[in-house]
Design a binder for this molecule. Structure first.
Ligand code: ATP
Ligand code: MG
Ligand code: MG
Length: 376
């Protein structure tokens, strides 16, 4: 069988390798951590992502190269393209690494984003804040995740501090209008080199402290809104010429509008529910797309709620799993736990997730509530 090289060896790489191994592929991950989650289920090259020698070694050992995080050094991506087969290309990385480029690409695909403005000085920020009104959100254009690298400006008196603090990152800034969303949704779409596109069912996402807490599927919005969100994601996949997966985060407002928040060109935390709830998982779908196979069926087989297991949840979860789950039996839910093999259960660190398959999403949410594991 062929070997797939992955830039990055985190949990996304691990689950990709697990899915692809079952399809007959071999995997090698490049990651600096000797305990990388993917390194426990695949071969690993232990080296920094921007280590040329290591990247060349990855290229030598792989028939196809993909990535599990989007902040891959552009020069390394270009080098890999010259030395191996990188079906996703470097353009998609270049676009999604930068919020302004990403927003322009989404708009060019005919899809709406939250109103935004490029910020190059504190005066431009002052002007944009008065245009958008408060609250509004100042974000670094590059490198942010889990809400890091952003500042919700609640009053004009915060402008200077927000500007100075985020400027320390040394990257461009963007101001966004604050969207008073009713729900946050996400759709993961896949596209293969033949141009075949499929979307997974929309997830409704709830964040706690800017970290994804639960994904609820089916999302609790009308079927029309679900179909529209899926259409937008497929339009973005088409417009950006995506190969592999594209995760599309959206805001849905009370007046029925959908705005794209941001994209991720890889498997996404909000798509972990697909592992048991869909005919094809997002990880298998990604492997199919980058290996130029026909895409798999994305149909939902059961209502499901995915709940993240952070460092502080590991012990109570293990304790819970060690005895009979009376609540699961009564509520007729099947909780499927996935742990990523990370050693240190640091508070807020993503350690695993549980897919709670259920007769309906309320039953799954009741189980999550009743276990008290996620009471913060
Ligand atoms: P991720 O971990 O998803 O990559 P991130 O750091 O890239 O997160 P965003 O997704 O841009 O950050 O924002 C994090 C969260 O902050 C969003 O999920 C949403 O809840 C809130 N948020 C971001 N931008 C806006 C906005 N313009 N209006 C309202 N809420 C927002
Ligand atoms: Mg992000
Ligand atoms: Mg986000």
């Amino acid at each position: 069988g062929s070997t797939i090289g992955i830039l990055g060896g985190g949990q996304l790489g691990r689950m990709m390798a697990n899915a692809g191994s079952a399809m007959g592929y071999r995997f090698v991950a490049l990651d600096p951590s000797p305990d990388a989650p993917a390194g426990q289920v695949a071969e690993q090259i232990v080296a920094a992502y921007d280590n040329r020698e290591a990247a060349r070694e990855l290229a030598k050992r792989s028939d196809v190269i993909t990535y599990e995080f989007e902040n891959v050094d552009a020069d390394v991506a270009a080098m890999l393209m010259a030395e191996s087969y990188v079906p996703q290309g470097s353009k998609l990385l270049y676009t999604t690494q930068h919020r302004l480029r990403e927003k322009r690409a989404i708009e060019a695909a005919g899809v709406r984003v939250a109103p935004y403005s490029e910020i190059r000085s504190v005066d431009e920020l002052r002007e944009a804040v008065s245009r958008f009104g408060t609250p509004c959100v100042l974000k670094t254009a590059m490198g942010g995740y889990d809400g890091k690298g952003q500042w919700v400006i609640r009053s004009e008196s915060e402008i200077e501090e927000a500007y100075e603090t985020l400027s320390l990152a040394g990257v461009q800034l963007v101001l966004e209008q604050f969207i008073r969303f009713d729900k946050e949704l996400s759709v993961i779409a896949a596209r293969n080199p033949q141009g075949e596109i499929k979307a997974f069912p929309v997830a409704e996402n709830i964040h706690v402290d800017n970290i994804l807490h639960v994904s609820i599927v089916p999302a609790r919005v009308s079927v029309d809104v679900q179909r529209e969100a899926e259409r937008l994601a497929m339009r973005i996949a088409e417009g950006l010429g995506v190969i592999g997966l594209i995760a599309v985060e959206l805001f849905y407002t009370a007046d029925g509008e959908l705005f794209v928040n941001e994209l991720a060109p890889r498997p996404h935390n909000s798509g972990h529910y697909t592992m048991e709830a869909c005919r094809t998982s997002q990880f298998e779908q990604h492997v199919r797309a980058v290996c130029n196979l026909p895409l798999g069926d994305t149909a939902l087989m059961s209502p499901v709620v995915m709940v993240n297991v952070l460092g502080e949840h590991v012990e109570p979860l293990l304790e819970r799993m060690s005895r009979q789950d009376e609540a699961a039996e009564r509520l007729k839910v099947s909780p499927k736990a996935h742990l990523y093999g990370k050693k240190e259960a640091v508070v807020k660190r993503k350690m695993g997730h549980v897919n709670v398959l259920a007769p309906d999403t309320d039953a799954a949410l009741d189980w999550i509530e009743e276990t008290t594991i996620w009471k913060v």
